[in-house]
Design a protein around this ligand. Structure first.
Ligand code: ADP
Length: 542
């Protein structure tokens, strides 16, 4: 028997329509290259999204066509999020930090018909344009006065297009399963792979991410996504913000600038900020050196890479800010788990509190996860057994864009994450490594993440990475690579001593090398692949 409830599709258009009526006055503040600090309301942004849809229509783009963006977090990008997806087209957010070859690959693979780009990326776009045969239209995201001088063919000015477009658009009735956005993984091995989100997966993800044990979003919140709108939809905040009516603060190109982040947090009363660990290093450093504080900030959601304990401690002890450590990936939209303590942290001693908060947290309803051994047998939730982490749920991909039926799920419908994890009796998952980064020493596994987290807690260390290097007896042994803080030189023996009593003796790295910088991937993570390449000739001292 069917229930007698209305059937309404779960589409991004519904988020827009609701937010327009019920949260129309909520604010969106953005840093833009041409207009400085720009203020608008949701209502303004959705009105302009309608004009975006009209422009796409007049250019002859059809439902399902991919429209690419190379843009920072600002109101214009948000207008494209809604104008493109709600008109039935697919928003392809392109990560400007990818290498040129990768950009050419993904734009051609996606067959993007238009590319909307921030003028700052003009040299990049001009350098690639000849090799982008599917792109019929280039649009610079600025006003007429800021239009760059360029020989790019078919180049239009965004603000002029919008000024000339009709404001009346009939949003199409979309199937909730239709594609809304496309994002490529950064492809540390092989070609990047396209993850194609649907309207339904996006709405459900936005709903779940607002829950108390996830981001705890409400109309009273002021949200600062320092995670880019060009990668995994800024963790869904362009949708969860309007869904809850929260104010959005978008930092434009100033993503890793401690001073700007502080002035946005303080000036706009930010209550929750989201980002990968590296951006918080920049903010905390700025606060330390200037003595400034962030009284409005209540919590940060930190993920994308393991969050070092030192960051969580500094946030909590100096600024009274709680860190919610989360885990996810492009293929999971991205939220898979978030760490919000079940017990009152004040009932734990310091060591227990630390052990608890470095975990990546519990699953949120909508996804389920498990760990399995090499024979795909489920492992116990005892906090000790570790194995491959598998996940399934409403917002987990079931295959890649244009990869045919290429199965990425196992026979029971689980997606293999490529991460190695433990799960404890309370359901808290802890990533111990990526499958390809785990160090295999004498048949046992050593977690590179755990060693890196300990190293970064040492006062002389600014950044640290641990990789496995070939060893004649143990197959692989850990090598610690560090960037010293400005004022220090590294005493190797003292640094290795730092690990004593914190991990098993056989986990302690065999050597330390000092470098000026550690390479990062396009999503701001340590590039272990590059490091392994750099240190392929390295041999441990005998
Ligand atoms: P890419 O690195 O290709 O851009 P993602 O951005 O999707 O891919 O990154 C997903 C991966 O990042 C996860 O599989 C995991 O290895 C790592 N990751 C994400 N969050 C965390 C976290 N909190 N702790 C440790 N690793 C994390």
């Amino acid at each position: 028997m069917r229930g007698r409830m209305m059937s309404k599709p779960l589409t991004i258009t519904e988020i827009m329509a609701f937010a327009d009526r019920h949260h129309g006055n909520s604010e969106i503040v953005s840093i833009t290259a041409d207009e400085g600090l720009h203020r608008a309301t949701y209502r303004d942004v959705f009105a302009r999204a309608a004009r975006v849809a009209a422009v796409l229509e007049s250019m002859g783009f059809n439902e399902g066509d991919r429209i690419a963006t190379l843009a920072w977090n600002d109101h214009r990008h948000l207008e494209l999020y809604y104008g493109v997806s709600c008109s039935g087209r697919v928003l392809h957010t392109v990560n400007p930090r990818l290498f040129g070859e990768q950009l050419v690959y993904i734009i051609n693979h996606a067959e993007d018909r238009a590319l909307f780009f921030d003028p700052m990326f003009l040299p990049l776009v001009e350098g690639l344009a000849d090799r982008l045969p599917t792109v019929e239209q280039f649009v610079a995201l600025c006003g007429r006065a800021a239009m760059p001088d360029s020989k790019l063919p078919r180049l239009e000015c965004y603000e002029t297009l919008l000024d000339n477009a009709t404001a009346n658009v009939d949003w199409p009735a979309l199937d909730e399963q239709s594609a809304s956005a496309l994002c490529y993984t950064s492809g540390t091995t092989g070609h990047p792979k396209g993850v194609l989100y649907s309207h339904r997966s996006t709405v459900l993800h936005a709903y779940a991410s607002a829950l108390p044990d996830v981001m705890q979003l409400s109309k009273r919140d002021v949200v600062l996504p320092v995670v880019p709108m060009f990668h995994v939809n800024a963790w869904g905040t362009p949708y969860s913000g309007p869904l809850t009516g929260a104010k959005l603060v978008l930092p434009g190109p100033k993503m890793a600038d401690g001073e700007t982040l502080h002035s946005l947090i303080d000036g706009e009363g930010v209550t929750i900020a989201l980002g990968v660990p590296t951006v918080w290093l920049a903010l905390l450093e700025h606060l330390r050196t200037t003595g400034k504080t962030v009284p409005s900030l209540d919590r940060t959601l930190v993920g994308g890479a393991a969050c070092p304990l030192s960051i969580m401690r500094e946030f909590e002890e100096r600024h009274g800010v709680t860190t919610r450590h989360g885990w996810g990936m492009t293929e999971t939209s991205p939220l898979g788990s978030v760490n919000v303590p079940v017990e009152d942290p004040s009932s734990l001693n310091e060591r227990e509190h630390d052990e608890q908060r470095v975990k990546q947290g519990r699953a949120l309803f909508g996804v389920d996860f498990k760990i399995v051994d090499d024979a795909n047998r489920e492992l116990p939730w005892d906090g000790k057994a570790f194995g491959d982490l598998k996940i399934r749920g409403y917002w987990v991909c079931d295959g890649y864009f244009k990869a045919g039926d290429g199965a990425v799920l196992d026979a029971d419908g689980w997606f293999s994450t490529g991460d190695v994890a433990t799960i404890d009796a309370s359901g808290f998952m802890k990533i111990t490594d990526r499958t390809k980064d785990v160090i295999k020493s004498g048949g046992e596994w050593i977690s590179s993440i755990e060693l890196e987290n300990l190293a970064i807690g040492h006062p002389d260390v600014a950044e640290a990475a641990v990789i496995g290097v070939d060893h004649p007896k143990w197959t692989e042994r850990p090598l610690l690579i560090v960037v010293p803080t400005d004022s220090s030189t590294i005493d190797k023996a003292a640094l290795l001593d730092w690990f004593k009593g914190k991990v098993a003796d056989w986990w302690i790295p065999d050597d330390v090398v000092t470098v000026a910088t550690i390479p990062h991937t396009a999503t701001g993570k340590i590039s272990k692949l590059t490091l392994r390449e750099q240190f392929k000739e390295y041999r441990f001292p005998t």
